[in-house]
Design a protein around this ligand. Sequence first.
Ligand code: SF4
Length: 198
Amino acid sequence: MYPNPKTMLYHESPFQLVIAVLMSAQTTDVGVNKVTPALFAAYPDANAMAEADVADLEDKIKTIGLYRNKAKNMKKTAIMIRDEFGGQVPNTREELEKLPGVGRKTANVVLSEAFGVPTIAVDTHVERVTKRMGIVPPNASVRETEEILMARIPENRWRDAHHQFIYFGREYCTARNPKCRKDPRIDFCECRVLPQYG
Ligand code: SF4
C-alpha cells in the first residue's frame, strides 16, 4: 500500500529536520508544514536560529500547539548545535538526545532520515497500530514497543516500516472510527485489542 514512504515534514537539511520534528510533538505534520517555510526562510540554519529573538520564533510558529515551549527549545537547540557541534547536527543518538526538546523518538527520526541509520521511531500512530494488529502486546511501553518491532522486522525495513505504520494509522487505523470496514483490502489485521473494529 505504501511502497516508497517518506517523511511528510518539510525540510531541506538535517538541522531543519530536527526543528520540524521538535515542533511536531502533539501537532500534525500538516500544521508544522504550514509554518516551516517562513520559519526556515528567516532562520535556515543553526547559526541563524541561535541569534533569533524567541518572541519572533514564537510569532512564526504560534499556530502550533505548545509553541512557547517549542520556540525556547528551538533556540536552545540551535545554540547547542552552533557552540558544541560546530554548527552541524550530530549523528549519534547520545549527542542528539542532549539537544533540548529532543528525546528518543526525535533522535530516531533524525538518525534514520538524515543519516541513514536504521531505527524505528515509535510515535502515537506506530504504537496504536502495532498494538491493535497484535504485533506488540497492549501493555508494552514505548521503549518495549520499539524493541519488539526491531526484533520482528528485518533491519533493512525499519525505516520504511515506521513510515508505513504512520501512513496506515492516519488513513485507516485511525484513533477513532477506524476505516478498515470500508476497504476490502484491509483483511490482514487481527485486531486483537479492538475486535469490534476488525
Ligand atoms: S482491523 Fe482496523 S482497527 Fe484493527 S488494526 Fe486493522 S485497521 Fe486497525
